[in-house]
Design a protein around this ligand. Structure first.
Ligand code: DGJ
Length: 725
């Protein structure tokens, strides 16, 4: 069983496939984390104790004894603000007396099979209860009566623990939550680098790595969405650990709103990492008896470097986060109209795309932005989700029938969380956007944010979407989100609930996305936010794929895809071949093949030569679909380490097949270019497809091959496919 409780020692031992966590109930009910790291077999822990080392400036708990214990230095598992712990604490609860002193102590615990999930939020799931076990530890603040339950779901076959926290106001007076992190993680050293993903529009998820320093190392969003700028992912990587070796702790928050991940390296050189909803812009009011759930935090541990951590996240998300028919069923190969036509299309033009697409072997036409209201540019009509018959005479039915008659499926674009000031909906309901009294609303991309916290607003938007989806044969929805939240207030929320809006907005979005996927289980949902501005596990729970970036230049995409792959599987990465100019179609195809693969161009503009290449790509898409969608990813040449090349490899779970792809970023004359392949079976003999060359997995991994005879010009690329006998 993954969870053991040693009654005599008051120790919990949480064993995943390759990590162990040891928690101990200390004197006076303080819950301590004695260890989190590589798996250890011990079951007795005699003499394995916590020793306090507090300084004279550290507040003491007198009941325990003058020098025996201080919350300032003890490895507290879930620490409260203002009661002697001066580090970044996990929680601060403002009580009816007007202070926010918080101090949680152990009350009881339960262990149950399977998972627990936070109310109204996405979460990891299991089919078989034996896949995971959940420990719930109840702690109480003895003064206010506030109770937290720490939930730990421990996966038996993955190196993963999933955590969240429930706060219950078990007192008879109101409480306000000022901060409540999903997880607080204590590590016994600060010998780490902090790895995270930063970016911007068109350049999302670049990897940054820097040593932890004394003090706070932090990434966050206050934008109301997870954002282009920081991803809700971080890793603590042991100094010296590499892509393939060494200890890595990976952290990812299952949340699509404002978040915070902060590592606090203290004066005794231990680290506490807190992750959860960003306390900036958050205050949640609880009347007696009410509860609040945090989002889930996913903790993954690897002794095989960053690569091992990534593969652990990928497998966990493929098996326990992504849902619906397209988790396992082959997804349609699509062509999207955005870069082909932007707002300038009509039925005939779209049908002409579909005609050429059919010839190429594409399965689905997606009509992007511009089909509704009076939308001929981005200045109007969000919220008016009725078809623009000037563009689509006879309506959607005519278009869809013509596309379906060609044998193609049909997909459509929505941006449900937004409202244009120039829209019928806004003119009828000017209070339906987020706004605060007596302050003008900021505008971004000519739009306001709709108030998703309001049930009546959600009902209206849902009814409009449902009217279309229930009437027409629509196989795919692209759900876009093109600005962040400012002046975040709701006409229906006032004190003491006013500052709940950021989180209530996210809950509203989750509710309507849940409704969409439940009502239309056959629909393929792709999330998007001005490219990859909301690429997070919360979104992945609803949509098995997310558009990774509006930047479709193959060479720039490489860094975006490398970064994204740190945490998210290839099958989640929306990636298309476009008309971008810097490389030929071979390289565009090779790069997009790392992700979901598709097209974003006017197929009638392809030259005969490019058309042949594209047809070949479609064949390859089918050939490598399983390997890429369900295989293990190995990053072989990292564009951040090597200015000249980038390379990655997919290996099938049974190790019988591997696909290596390399792209030349800059030309460099050199007669040797040895590459050591990864993840193969040393005992197997592999044939390099298209040749009669046979190599052992051991040779390919230890000696490698000199690939200098393959294309080496800037922007060139090639693939090597190895198949075992
Ligand atoms: C931003 C998306 O990332 C694009 O792919 C496209 O859908 C536009 N929005 C449409 O406005």
């Amino acid at each position: 069983m993954p969870i053991t409780f040693l009654e005599d020692k008051k120790i919990f031992k949480l064993d995943t496939s390759s990590s162990t966590t040891i928690l101990k109930i200390w004197d006076e009910g303080y819950l301590l984390c004695l260890y989190y790291g590589a798996k250890i077999p011990d079951t007795s822990f005699d003499g394995y104790e916590f020793r306090d080392w507090a300084s004279s400036f550290s507040p003491r708990n007198e009941v325990i004894g003058e020098n025996a214990f201080s919350p300032d230095t003890a490895p507290l598992e879930y620490s409260g603000f203002g009661t002697g712990d001066f580090r970044k604490t996990a929680a601060a609860i403002r009580n009816a007396d007007g202070n926010d002193a918080t101090d949680f102590r152990y009350v009881s615990h339960t262990v149950s099979p399977g998972v627990k999930k936070p109310a109204g939020m996405p979460g990891l799931w299991t089919v078989n209860e034996s896949d995971a076990e959940t420990l719930d530890i109840l702690l109480r603040d003895r003064t206010t009566g506030a109770e937290v339950t720490l939930h730990y779901t421990v996966f038996a076959d993955h190196p993963a623990v999933v955590r969240f926290v429930t706060l219950k106001n078990a007192s008879d007076k109101p409480l306000d939550i000022e901060k409540l992190y999903s997880a607080s993680v204590q590590l016994t050293t600060m010998d780490f680098d902090f790895v995270h993903l930063y970016g911007r529009w068109g350049a999302e998820r670049n990897m940054a790595r820097s040593p932890i320093e004394h003090g706070h190392t932090s990434i966050s969003s206050t934008r109301g969405s997870s954002s282009h700028y920081h991803n809700p992912f971080a890793a603590l990587v042991r100094h010296g650990a590499t892509e393939d070796t060494g200890e890595v702790y990976g952290f990812n928050l299952v949340y699509s709103g404002s978040f915070d991940i902060t590592a606090d390296a203290d004066y005794y050189e231990t680290v506490r990492l807190n992750m959860g909803i960003n306390p900036d812009g958050f205050l949640w009011h609880l009347e007696p008896g009410e509860t609040f759930d945090t989002p889930e935090a996913v903790l993954v541990f690897s002794e095989e470097g960053l690569g091992g951590m990534s593969r652990a996240f990928h497998r966990l998300y493929l098996e326990h986060l992504i849902r619906g028919k397209y988790r396992t069923e082959k997804r349609p190969l699509l062509i999207n109209s955005w870069e082909a036509a932007f707002f300038d299309f009509d039925t005939d033009k779209l049908v002409s795309f579909a005609e050429r697409a059919r010839e190429i072997g594409i399965d689905m036409l997606v009509m992007d932005d511009g089909w509704f209201g009076r939308r001929n540019n981005d200045t109007c009509s969000l919220g008016d989700w009725w078809v623009n018959e000037d563009k689509l005479p006879g309506g959607l039915g005519v278009l869809i029938d013509r596309v379906n008659a060609l044998g193609l499926k049909f997909g459509i674009w929505y941006e449900p969380e937004m409202i244009s000031p120039d829209s019928d909906l806004f003119r009828a309901h000017p209070d339906w956007c987020l706004h605060v009294p007596n302050r003008p609303n900021s505008i971004a991309r000519h739009q306001y944010v709709i108030d998703m916290s309001r049930a009546d607003v959600r009902e209206n938007i849902w009814a409009q979407i449902d009217a279309v989806l229930s009437k027409y044969k629509i196989d795919y929805v692209k759900w876009d989100f093109n600005r962040n939240l400012s002046e975040a207030g709701s006409a229906l929320l006032s004190a003491p609930h006013g500052e709940e809006i950021f989180h209530r907005f996210v809950l509203g979005t989750y509710e309507i996305m849940g409704r969409l996927t439940e009502t239309y289980p056959d629909l393929l949902l792709e999330n998007c936010s001005g490219g990859g501005g909301r690429f997070d596990p919360g979104m992945l729970y609803f949509s098995p794929q997310i558009w990774a970036s509006d930047n479709t230049d193959a060479l720039e995409r490489i860094a975006i895809q490398f970064g994204t792959s740190l945490c998210y599987p290839a099958s989640a990465m929306g990636a298309h071949v476009s008309m971008s100019r810097r490389t030929g179609f071979e390289t565009k195809g090779n790069v997009a093949m790392w992700g979901t693969f598709g097209y974003e161009l006017d197929p009638n503009r392809l030259t005969e030569k490019d058309l042949e290449i594209v047809k070949g790509q479609v064949t390859e898409y089918h050939k490598y679909y399983e390997l890429i969608h369900y295989g293990d990813l190995y990053r072989v040449i990292d564009p951040w380490d090597d200015a000249y090349r980038a390379a990655w490899e997919f290996v099938s779970p049974d190790k019988r097949e591997a696909l290596y792809t390399e792209v030349v970023l800059r030309y460099r004359h050199c007669p040797t270019h040895f590459v050591r392949f990864k993840g193969l079976d040393p005992e197997k003999t592999y044939t390099l497809e298209g040749t009669d060359q046979k190599y052992s997995g051991a040779l390919l991994m230890k000696a490698g091959l000199n690939l200098s005879r393959y294309p080496a010009g800037c922007g060139a690329s090639f693939k090597l496919h190895f198949v075992a006998d």
